[in-house]
Design a protein around this ligand. Structure first.
Ligand SMILES: [Zn+2]
Length: 98
């Protein structure tokens, strides 16, 4: 059984090994994400080793999706930068005021 969900994910995964990618984010339990701006695609490898690719029609859609992934995987407070206790938070307790 292939660990790739299709030809695109396999191609991008190989490219990430050879030429790299534009940016990456990694989070324990959530896997690895890499953005390929030339291909307008985001690659995700889960902690179980499965590889998925998402391709987008517009740069806006690609960047929006990437921002939301980064925000979801962000593990530091957007305001003061302290380490947050769980993923999906954007501000620590001290900076969450209202
Ligand atoms: Zn904070």
């Amino acid at each position: 059984m292939s660990k790739f969900d299709g030809a695109l994910s396999e191609r991008l995964y190989e490219r990430s090994m050879e030429q790299g990618y534009d940016e990456e984010v990694v989070a324990d339990g959530l896997g690895w994400y890499a953005i390929f701006r030339d291909d307008m695609a985001i690659l995700n490898q889960t902690d179980h080793g499965f590889v998925y690719a998402n391709q987008f029609n517009t740069v806006e859609a690609l960047e929006e999706a990437w921002r939301s992934i980064c925000a979801k995987l962000n593990s530091t407070c957007n305001d003061c930068g302290v380490e947050l206790p769980e993923y999906g938070m954007s501000l620590c307790d001290n900076c969450t005021d209202e």
